[in-house]
Design a binder for this molecule. Structure first.
Ligand code: EPZ
Length: 420
């Protein structure tokens, strides 16, 4: 298993290219199941999860071909020949559940393994299933699989989410795009990745109103057609590298980043003493002076993103004063706390909140990555720590970040990947 070695204490200076958003690319790939014609995606990030989704689509008979000079273009198309999403693929990537809505809408049936929990929580999919049932699907659970069928096809429905769910909103929006009649999704999630998917579906011929709001109205059409769509830049990659510039000191230009997708994070970083301004088609991040503690509560978009909680907490470890970090989305998303404390941080967890008391400095140590965003928080801590930090199990990192060590080394960090 690869590891990453960091010798901290060096400020960052330079430019980092922000690639396409993982959490937009994954649902966009499953949109390829909604038509036999070709869906072409550009600005595709080179990530393990994207490859896993390609394997899953191939399992359904839909070819996924990487194209373009740097392999950042995907061409997806072909008839669905198999409606099963097997456990050995789904267990590796929860986002596999995003094939459920498209399979039922197109093939009128699906046998999708329940994703099961993961490091950050039990991750139920009950809202996905209830929404499909509202649209006329029959849902049965058997042997750890969801058996869904709609032999007459899906029909429009009114569905109110009890609370916003990102992939449930995406699954039901895709299913509704081919249903017979009108579907209204109320209290829907509003993440930019959902709007990016909606824009692509409209380009494919779908009829969707309310894009960007919590109320989506979808009028089903008989079929969708070919389209070409560029994936939006990854706002979580942007925020993660903004925290890198903040914790290491210096300034970094995040090329292609879009400030409008990061409001709550920009405000939290500003309160902490970090400035983010639009410049040269991207976002310039620089630490003004010292770092100050800033309280954050994770919330559905446009609130502070849960996917930035671990990274922001690493920053708070070396800030002046204290910070309260409250996680309201997932029940077990503090696994990075124990590892940060091993590096000399002072974090106490009380239920859904963690109080972080800033310390003058962290000490490098061998640490263990537990999930995607926690692994980036450990890299951040390594950048600030004295001595050497070894981050183990970086396969977690590779699921959602491209070439982290190369991007940071190019800005002056002393960081390298150790391959066994
Ligand atoms: C998406 O996961 C993202 N993944 C996650 O990013 C992100 O953390 C999460 O949204 C929240 O923003 C992708 O987009 C591929 P949810 P998702 O459904 O859709 C509960 C990363 O690091 N819930 O919005 O699975 C759920 O348990 C990943 O890139 C139900 O109870 O999250 C959670 O408490 C991690 N029933 C809350 O809703 C359901 O049917 C929000 O989850 C669905 C969700």
């Amino acid at each position: 298993m690869d590891r990453i070695r960091i010798r901290g204490g060096r400020p960052l200076s330079g430019e980092i290219i922000i690639r396409g958003a993982k959490n937009a690319g994954l649902p966009l790939m499953t949109a390829g199941l909604l038509t036999d014609e070709r869906l072409t995606l550009t600005n595709v990030p080179r990530l393990a999860d994207i490859d896993t989704m390609g394997t899953l689509l191939a399992q359904h008979g839909v070819a996924v071909e990487r194209q373009g000079a740097d392999g950042r273009e995907l061409s997806i198309g072909g008839p669905i020949t198999n409606t099963e999403a097997p456990y050995d693929i789904v267990r590796k990537m929860r986002a596999s559940v995003l094939v459920l809505g498209p399979l039922v809408a197109r093939a009128r049936e699906a046998r999708v393994s329940l994703p099961g929990g993961c490091a950050i929580g039990t991750r139920p999919v009950d809202l996905h299933l209830k929404g499909l049932e509202a649209m006329g699907a029959t849902i049965r659970l058997d042997g750890g699989y969801v058996l869904a069928s709609a032999p007459q096809g899906l029909h429009g429905a009114d569905f109110v989410f009890p609370f916003p769910s990102v992939t449930a909103t995406e699954n039901l929006m895709m299913a509704a795009s081919l249903a017979d009649g009108r579907t209204v999704l109320a209290n829907a999630a509003r993440e930019p990745e959902i709007s990016d998917l909606a824009d692509c579906l409209v380009a494919m011929g779908a009829r969707i109103d309310g894009i960007g709001t919590d109320r989506l109205t979808i009028d089903g059409v008989p079929r969708l057609h070919a389209a070409t769509h560029a994936i939006i830049p990854d706002r979580i990659e942007t925020g993660s590298y903004a925290c890198a510039a903040a914790i290491a000191g210096g300034q970094v230009l995040l090329r292609h980043a879009r400030l409008e997708h990061l409001g709550a994070l920009v405000r939290a970083l500003a309160e902490a003493g970090v400035e983010m301004t639009e410049q040269d088609g991207g976002v310039l991040v620089r630490r003004l002076n010292g770092l100050h503690g800033a309280d954050v509560v994770t919330e559905p978009y446009p609130g502070f993103p849960t996917d930035m909680q671990a990274q922001f907490m690493a920053l708070m470890c070396v800030s002046d004063g204290a910070a309260m970090v409250t996680e309201t989305i997932f029940e077990n998303r503090f696994q990075h706390v124990a590892e940060l404390n091993r590096m000399g941080a002072r974090i106490n967890v009380h239920g859904a909140s963690a109080i972080v008391r800033g310390v003058p400095g962290l000490s490098g140590a061998p640490v263990m990555a537990t999930d995607l965003r926690a692994s980036f928080s450990l890299v951040l801590a390594g950048l600030a720590a004295g001595g050497e930090t070894i981050v183990n199990r970086v396969y977690h990192l590779d699921r959602g970040y491209e070439a982290v060590e190369e991007k940071l080394a190019a800005c002056g960090a002393d960081i390298e990947r150790l391959t066994d």
